[in-house]
Design a protein around this ligand. Structure first.
Ligand code: ATP
Ligand code: MG
Length: 164
């Protein structure tokens, strides 16, 4: 279905309860509207998995920042949902393995998890014609961006009626 990624982000962030009463993510709406063609539930799951990691892997606190970013890929507009944390981060070797099923970096230590969240995120993004992009610095934090092609209203089959 066609939906506005900014609107979806607002509604997911509104419903999101940060763990241990940590502050809500900051939200930068970018240009303010970005139409994408996605399955709402799958996209919500992908965003939820990344948000959960952002808090889980910043046990000493620190802000989680979310923003909508725009770029071009092969001349076509793309829109990204970017989630930035200031947590434990990963080494390049760990980062390279994040989307492997059951992979957990040593640094996660006592933090519970199964090692499946990011493999699911990658799969969801690729199924929807998008991609997951990661940057991380060990001891500094991590940035995950979920990229999707941006569609124009005329490319959308559902038109303007259905922008939830
Ligand atoms: P779950 O299946 O419950 O999500 P998980 O969080 O361990 O378990 P993934 O979300 O797939 O699994 O992440 C895989 C591993 O990548 C994590 O165990 C952690 O080591 C590392 N990782 C993921 N996100 C971050 C992050 N934001 N900062 C630091 N390390 C991360
Ligand atoms: Mg996880």
């Amino acid at each position: 279905e066609t939906l506005d990624l900014v609107h979806l982000a607002e509604s997911l962030l509104h419903d999101f309860n940060p763990p241990q009463q940590r502050p809500h993510p900051d939200f930068d709406r970018g240009r303010g509207m970005a139409l994408v063609q996605v399955d709402r539930k799958k996209m919500a799951q992908a965003i939820g998995n990344v948000l959960s990691n952002a808090y889980k892997y910043s046990p000493q606190g620190g802000a989680v920042n979310v923003r909508i970013v725009n770029d071009l890929r092969d001349g076509q507009p793309i829109v990204g949902f970017e989630i930035r944390d200031h947590g434990i981060g990963m080494t390049p070797a760990q980062l390279a393995r994040v989307s492997e099923r059951f992979y957990r970096a040593d640094a996660s230590g006592t933090i519970p998890g199964t090692g499946l969240g990011m493999s699911i995120v990658k799969e969801i993004m690729e199924l929807q014609g998008g991609q997951m992009h990661l940057e991380s610095e060990h001891g500094q934090g991590t940035v995950v961006t979920l990229w999707l092609p941006e569609v124009t209203p005329s490319q959308s089959h559902s038109g303007w009626q259905n922008l939830t």
